[in-house]
Structure formats: structure tokens, C-alpha cells
Write a protein that binds this ligand. Sequence first.
Ligand SMILES: Cc1cc2nc3c(=O)[nH]c(=O)nc-3n(C[C@H](O)[C@H](O)[C@H](O)COP(=O)(O)OP(=O)(O)OC[C@H]3O[C@@H](n4cnc5c(N)ncnc54)[C@H](O)[C@@H]3O)c2cc1C
Length: 368
Amino acid sequence: MQFDYLIVGSGITGATLARLFTDNGYKVLILERRNHLGGNVHDRVHESGIRIHTYGPHYFRTSSEKIWTFVNRFVSFYPYKAQVKTLVDGQIENWPVTSSYIKKVVPGPWQPGFKGTPTNFEEASLALMPPPVYHKFVKGYTEKQWGLPAHKLSPNLVKRFDVREDDNPYLTPHHKYQGLPVDGYTSLMANLLAGIPVHLKFDYLENREVFTPARKTFFTGPIDEYFNFELGRLGYRSQQREHIYLPDVEYFQPYGQINNPNPTTDKFIRTLEWKHLMQPELARQARGTLITRETPITPTNPQHYEYPFPDEENDRLYRRYLEKAYNHSNVVFCGRLGEYRYFDMDQAIGRAMALAHKEINSHSYLYS
Ligand SMILES: Cc1cc2nc3c(=O)[nH]c(=O)nc-3n(C[C@H](O)[C@H](O)[C@H](O)COP(=O)(O)OP(=O)(O)OC[C@H]3O[C@@H](n4cnc5c(N)ncnc54)[C@H](O)[C@@H]3O)c2cc1C
């Protein structure tokens, strides 16, 4: 079979690249080692009629007109704005922290717990809030999530939250478009890849010589695994997921996601109740309810990698792999595993669009 591009991985990065190359007249082959399309955005419907996201809750949000138009080409979305709550002192509180919660804990004027330029996550968080709030909301959760003391983590991690001056309860209120795909992410991915050949259950790294593209390979798997971990393993965190079906319970909790930052009680970090993410008329038809408890783990199997580790040691190691990658000019390492970077779905799509554009333009320049 003759084709221009080999794409390793059918996640949102690989699928976007494949679609754009195909739309521009190139032939593409996708190899996927899992038994399903879609990478980590995969979802499925439980026998109760409840849709569950296989690799943790995925809330779609973007402010980019271009990305929103792109995804709406393949499925329509129903409005869904995620609200994440956190259990503190037995009460359900908003996440991220709100001003009114801070006033409740520290009445009167308050001082942040750190001043100056933060050098680690603990300092960066304390720069935003008084110490008692940091200790109740952030420290336990973060240390559970990463399995390390907060002062060992990168200050950049703090960019993923803020303090809500206006008490806005939504997780990402600033995004213009927010929703979930009607018929799920699995149908989004199937439509995105319609007409494009995909070999499932095919591990490229175990069969590197079988398919050779006329132009390039876009590799969206883990960069350290590609190089046989020669320089050592990049760190990742993942979640172990325990699904509990409660056939006689209509709703288990009042929100879709409730975090559990307390390090001394249960090990699990959050509880998800999937019915809250569904369209109300479908949720009403579901039988019982389905919850998932997530407990952070350090995975050793690359197929279970979820979050790249936010510290300097891993950043240095990733840069050394990147130097090796420069000598492989026919392979582009991309996506959350190839670039060892957390991307939201819209960011992954935007990045894939930019890479496809660059690649396609490089030919038009050469042959025009
Ligand atoms: C727990 C969790 C929750 C998230 N929640 C959100 C959210 O709410 N909103 C949001 O916007 N984003 C969210 N994300 C981010 C989202 O999952 C990513 O943006 C998206 O998965 C990136 O897609 P990708 O294609 O780069 O990687 P992936 O989805 O990981 O796809 C890579 C694919 O490559 C395949 N592969 C790897 N190696 C090989 C090989 N050797 N041979 C063949 N195939 C291979 C893998 O099997 C996989 O299917 C979340 C991420 C996690 C981990």
C-alpha cells in the first residue's frame, strides 16, 4: 500500500493530522495499538444507558472559532459547562477557591502566604491565597495527585487554577464554547476518521519496518518509549479507576465531579457521577447511577501514561530525548505523549493543525 504519511496513534492529535492531510489530498495510514479509536478521549455507554469516559472526565472547551467549527463538522455538541466541587471539612465547596470561601476562613483583610518570585508549586499557590486555605484545598490534593511534596513540583502547575474573585462556579468560565458531543467522543473520533484506514491493535514500535511512508511519520506515542528508554524513563501519573454501579440510586452526589483533597481519609482523589454529564432527557431514562472513584498511581506500562510529571528533572530528561529526536528528521513527535506536555483537547487540535499546516506548506513552497 502506497501512502504519504504514517500516523502512529488515533487520539485527537493523530486523528486531526490524518483528517487535514486527507482533506489536502494526501494518503494516510494510522496505526493504533489499542483495540479502539480515539486515544484518551474514548467513551462508551454502560448497560444502564449511562455514558462513561473511559480515561477520566473530558470536558470540551475552547475560545477558538476555528477549532469549534472544526469539531462541529463531525458531531454536534450539547451545552455543558463543568462545575468541579471539593469536599473540605465535610462541606462541598467550589473549585477553584472563591473569594467568599477565603473570607469565611480568614475574616477581614488577608495576606497571601508567600511574596516574591515562586520557585516551586507550594510558593506559587501560597502567593494566591492565605495559608489555611492552601492547606485545606490545595496541598493535600496536589500531593495525592503527584505523589510528591508540593515544594518539589513546578510553579507552572499553578497556571491550571486561580482564585475566583467573582465566585463564578464554573471550572473554565472564560472559554467561549463549552460542551460535550452528542453520541459521545467515540462518534466524534469515528466521524473525524471516516474513510481513513486505521489498523487497530497494531503496535508500531514492535513492527517498525512493516509500513514506510513516502513522506513522514507522525508519532503520537511516548517519546522515551520510541527510543527504548535509552536515557531513562520519563515520569507520569495516572488514575486507577473503580467503577461502581448503583442500580437503585437515582443520584449519588449533587455534582458530576467532587474532589477529595484530604490526605488522611480515603486514598481516592475524586468521585465522578456520569449522569450529571449527560443530556437531562437521556439521564432521566438511565437505570440507577454509575460512579467512578479515581486514585492516583505511578504507571510503569506506557499504555497507562496520563499526566506528564511537572518537575525539572523530567523536563531535563525530555529535552535530552528531544535532542535525539532532531536526528530523526522523518519523524515528528507530537501530542501529549510525543511532546511530553499536558494539552487540553482544543490545544491538541490546535497544535495538530499548526503541524499539518507547516508540513503541507513546506511542499507547496518546494514544488510551487
Ligand atoms: C485524566 C485526563 C483527563 C482529561 N480531561 C480533559 C478535559 O476535561 N478537557 C480537555 O480538553 N482535555 C482533557 N484531557 C486531555 C486530553 O486527554 C488530551 O488532550 C488528548 O488525549 C490528547 O490526545 P493525543 O492524541 O495527543 O494523545 P492520546 O489520546 O494519548 O493518543 C495517543 C494514541 O497513540 C496510541 N499509541 C501510542 N503508542 C503507540 C504505538 N507504539 N503504536 C500504535 N499506537 C500507539 C495510543 O494508544 C493512543 O491511542 C485529559 C487528560 C487526562 C489524562
